[in-house]
Write a protein that binds this ligand. Structure first.
Ligand code: GFB
Length: 302
């Protein structure tokens, strides 16, 4: 989802030659394949959007894969980029790198100031290693290797797996199916009270290009919308957009995860960027894309 949005954004810039590889073409966990890719293509800049990602349930169920796959892929790519002379590397993390009880909205300085949220600790630790490794390369070798920490993302091309997806695509699908089947209620996981911030993926892509154009970007910077809402409010908003009029029930046997996760985006604003696509508009666009993909038999659900 992120890689495609970044390509959409970069293809609007004249003179940019995009170099991409699918998972089947190059396995980023294979160090020699990654080195060969850099030797052949010699990119000027790299945006590292590849990752093993998933929602709260996938993170809880597969901590080994979330840690090992992300560590291997990022280490291979960051090292190969440096060795082949790449001067600019933009690594993507996640706001789950911040401590569970970080003061809200979360500022960049909160990194490593307290214990992590247990449901995504493995993924967060891998991402912290990636951003720190970029910082160390910059410090030790003078290359501009830096990071962006996106908040919860959504948009076209998301993963709609019923168990492994993030909350927004998960609820979009469940509420759409409830409407289609005429169900009198839908169930959302947890208490419905956790608060989350969401950013439309094309806004993220725009922010990344902005960061790449800065001569001296921060080592890491939050990329969010600066606005949050409760999961129950999110479900109600999705129901309104989908046109579903049944009841929304909660399931307290499912985990809530972090009680609140809202980023402070004043650093990014001070660098001249701000989000454009509001949540309601973003969900409308995402729902239209969901329906198109469903009809074409192309819905991602892995
Ligand atoms: O998006 P989500 O899976 O991840 O869940 P996190 C957010 C909240 O929505 C949790 C609730 O409180 C869930 O219990 N929720 C309600 C649901 N219904 C659903 C549903 O149908 N599906 C899902 N998935 N959630 C992830 C991290 O945390 O955020 C990752 O695990 C990553 O590492 C990502 O950082 C951005 O926001 O809790």
């Amino acid at each position: 989802m992120v890689g495609s949005a970044v390509c959409r954004r970069l293809s609007q810039i004249p003179g940019v030659r995009l170099i991409t590889r699918t998972r089947d073409e190059v396995d980023l966990e294979d160090e020699s394949a990654v080195r060969e890719l850099f030797r052949v293509e010699k990119p000027d800049a790299v945006i590292f959007a590849a990752a093993r990602v998933g929602g709260i349930e996938a993170n809880r169920r597969y901590p080994v894969e979330f840690m090992t796959e992300n560590l291997r892929a990022q280490l291979a790519t960051i090292q190969a980029a440096y060795e082949s002379g790449v001067g600019r590397f933009l690594f993507l993390g996640s706001t789950c790198i911040y401590p569970r009880m970080a003061p809200q909205p979360i500022r960049e300085e909160a990194l490593l100031s307290g214990p992590l949220e247990p449901t995504n600790e493995a993924y967060a630790l891998a991402k912290i290693c990636g951003l720190k490794l970029c910082q160390y390369y910059r410090q030790q070798y003078g290359v501009v290797f830096h990071s962006a920490m996106p908040t919860n993302l959504y948009g076209p091309g998301d993963n709609y797996h019923p168990e492994h997806s993030h909350v927004l695509p998960g609820l979009l699908r469940r509420i759409h199916e409830a409407k289609e089947s005429g169900a009198d209620h839908v169930t959302i996981w947890g208490s419905g009270t956790p608060r989350r911030e969401f950013l439309y993926v094309d806004d993220l892509a725009d922010a990344l290009v902005h960061l790449l154009e800065l001569d001296d970007p921060p080592d890491w910077v939050n990329v969010g919308s600066g606005v949050d809402l409760s999961i129950l409010e999110l479900a109600e908003l999705i129901a309104e957009i989908v046109g579903y009029r049944g009841a929304i029930r909660t399931d307290p046997s499912r985990p809530d995860g972090m009680p609140r996760k809202l980023t402070d985006i004043s650093l990014l604003r001070s660098l001249g960027w701000q989000p454009r696509i509001e949540l309601e508009e973003g969900i409308r666009r995402t729902y239209a894309d969901f329906q198109r993909s469903l009809q074409a038999g192309l819905l991602r659900s892995a």
